[in-house]
Design a binder for this molecule. Structure first.
Ligand code: GCO
Ligand code: MG
Length: 409
């Protein structure tokens, strides 16, 4: 069996997605996700100019060898563009292997370790009544855990707050395509945030009781001592996790946070390789690995980092926003189902328009996500539908402090 072509499909149904399609001489096809939010065309070019020509003629079954060929063979290692491109190849080859074996990918990874994956949804509100409504809506949809993000008095626009319900009736997506070709500016005040957030969690606990798992995303905005202070002040509200409390690339800073708080920590959505997790896992400075199959080099390295994490009782909490495409999501659902140290899966749900391009076999029943039983990853792309949604420039917002200084978004 040989690879005869690798093509890149860029489509923007509600938001931009980059998908790699690998075809073999037997007519089997595999899909991989290469979407890098706001930098999509860089990965598309990396794949079509530098990777696709090298794949022709290779044996699609040699997944590990192809991964190492692209990683070591390219000489320039790591980085989000490179690793998203390698991820797409890795996923597409697992998809092909599953289709040839007539088995869903999770079976090739060792088989199911559980019935399905517990997920958390994104509850948010500008004030407490709006937040409580959002939590109730998520529970009605079957979510058994929720992430809590709220507005902060004195701050105009805050990450993760779905202030405007979508006119289309679709579930909210706060980073949609069509935002325009220039990023929107937001503002930030860490002291106001540190004062306000514990009052929100206190109110949520009073309203919903002690059982509901609650999560929060700090989106890399705090210094280590600020993060330590927040973790400590949230301890009475028993968080499932506090995510990205500090800029994640500074691994050493997590030692300080850890010394001060027992609030569980989740980190790593912007990480690209197992090396980024080396100190965090070895010194047990985190509790959950936030990597995404798409930005971490695919299924193969995700399985490896979780095996490393298992030795330190660290679990998975894979990154599942809508900018991880249905293909990328499926890839990590297969890993999550198979590994022993699964923790929780983020699930934002793709829009109805996205589902006209990608047919997904996943199911979400009684709060549990399952990748389905189709051979391979269980996702197919309608290329005709994809072509009707051309790329639209769209960028994440950026942040400035009150005095105009650039801050982490
Ligand atoms: C999350 C993330 C996302 C990112 C987005 C960037 O926890 O889901 O922080 O919301 O901001 O994926 O592209
Ligand atoms: Mg996050």
């Amino acid at each position: 069996m040989k690879i005869i072509s690798a093509t890149v499909i860029v489509t923007s149904p509600s938001r931009n997605f980059v998908t790699l399609k690998i075809t073999t001489d037997d007519g089997v096809t595999g899909l991989g996700d290469a979407t890098l939010n706001g930098r999509e065309l860089a990965v598309a070019a990396y794949l079509s100019e530098h990777v696709a020509p090298l794949l022709t003629g290779r044996d699609p079954h040699r997944i590990e060898d192809t991964w190492q060929f692209l990683y070591r063979g390219g000489y320039w290692r790591r980085g989000p563009v490179t690793m998203a491109a390698i991820a797409a190849v890795d996923m597409a080859l697992w998809d092909i292997k599953g289709k040839v074996a007539n088995l869903p990918v999770y079976q090739l990874l060792g088989g199911a370790s559980r019935n399905g994956l517990q997920t958390y949804g994104h509850a948010s509100g500008r004030d407490l009544p709006e937040l409580f409504d959002s939590i109730r809506q998520h529970r009605e949809l079957g979510f058994t855990a929720v992430r809590i993000q709220t507005a902060i008095p004195g701050v105009r626009a805050v990450y993760g707050v779905a202030a405007q319900p979508q006119a289309s009736g679709e579930r909210y997506d706060y980073e949609p395509a069509g935002r325009g070709a220039y990023p929107v500016e937001e503002d930030w005040d860490t002291r106001a945030y540190l004062r306000h957030l514990p009052t929100v969690f206190e109110a949520v606990r009073n309203e919903f009781g002690p059982e509901l798992p609650l999560l929060h995303d700090g989106h890399h905005r705090m210094t280590p001592i600020q993060a330590a202070k927040l973790g400590k002040s949230l301890e009475p509200y028993d968080l499932f996790w506090l995510e990205d409390c500090t800029p994640a690339e500074n691994q050493d800073s997590l030692r300080l946070v850890r010394q001060h708080t027992t609030t569980p920590l989740a980190i790593g959505e912007v990480f690209n390789t197992v090396w980024d997790f080396q100190t965090l896992i070895r010194e047990q400075l985190i509790d959950y690995v936030r990597a995404a199959s798409t930005h971490f080099g695919g299924i193969s390295p995700l399985k490896k980092v979780m095996d490393f994490a298992a030795q330190h009782q660290i679990k998975s909490g894979f990154h599942g926003p809508t900018d991880v495409s249905p293909v990328g999501l499926a890839a990590q659902l297969h890993v999550g189902l198979a590994i022993h140290n699964f923790g929780i899966q983020e699930y934002m749900e793709h829009s109805a328009k996205t589902n006209t391009v990608f047919a997904q076999s996943l199911t979400f029943v009684d709060g549990l996500l399952h990748p389905g039983e189709q051979p391979g990853l269980g996702v197919e792309i309608d290329e005709v539908a994809a072509a009707t949604f051309p790329y639209q420039p769209a960028y994440l917002p950026y942040n400035r402090l009150n005095d105009g200084t650039m801050h982490d978004w």
